[in-house]
Design a protein around this ligand. Structure first.
Ligand code: ATP
Ligand code: MG
Length: 144
């Protein structure tokens, strides 16, 4: 499918940037005239993906988050959130609702939320190399 718009954002994995990432992705998505509900879903999914990079991939230490946005002519938004952190040993287990490696302060619902607020969620990871999460969302609005 032909790309009609794209954007790359690289930010340090700091919690202060979680809000920025959410707003930046929403601003890109807004160009495709989404519904308010779609925008809200996108913000929520991005927030979960970016938080995982900060908390799990880099364990609150220095690192970069690479966000890649693509809009295709069928008005599908692809949001790729990539880190070069610790990676995930068992992706199927990590995607199970309520599974967490972070103890009681986390609920283990991030991947479940990302999947339910999008049309497709793909997770690729290699231990010691990093993780790439791709969120696909079909938008109802007019193409930009
Ligand atoms: N980018 C990542 N790098 C390394 N591990 C990750 C990454 N994202 C998720 N994980 C692993 O997958 C588990 C499940 O992630 P998920 O987002 O579903 O839940 P959580 O982050 O533990 O809790 P919550 O999102 O509800 O606060 C995490 O506990 C962590 O072990
Ligand atoms: Mg999470």
């Amino acid at each position: 499918m032909k790309k009609i718009n794209h954007c790359k954002i690289t930010i340090p994995a700091k919690s202060v940037n979680e809000g920025y990432a959410r707003a930046a992705v929403a601003a890109f998505a807004a160009l495709a005239d989404p519904t308010l509900e779609e925008l809200s879903d996108i913000r929520t999914a991005v927030s979960e993906a970016v938080t995982n990079c900060i908390v799990h991939a880099y364990h609150e230490k220095a690192g970069l988050i690479y966000i890649d946005l693509t809009l295709t002519e069928d008005n599908t938004l692809k949001i790729r959130v990539k880190d070069k952190g610790c990676g995930i040993a068992d992706i199927a287990q990590a995607r199970q609702p309520l599974f967490t490696t972070a103890g009681e302060e986390r609920s283990g619902l991030g991947f479940t939320v990302m999947a339910s607020f999008s049309d497709k969620l793909a997770v690729r990871s290699a231990v010691g190399k990093g993780t790439t999460v791709t969120i696909t969302k079909r938008l109802q609005g007019r193409p930009a």
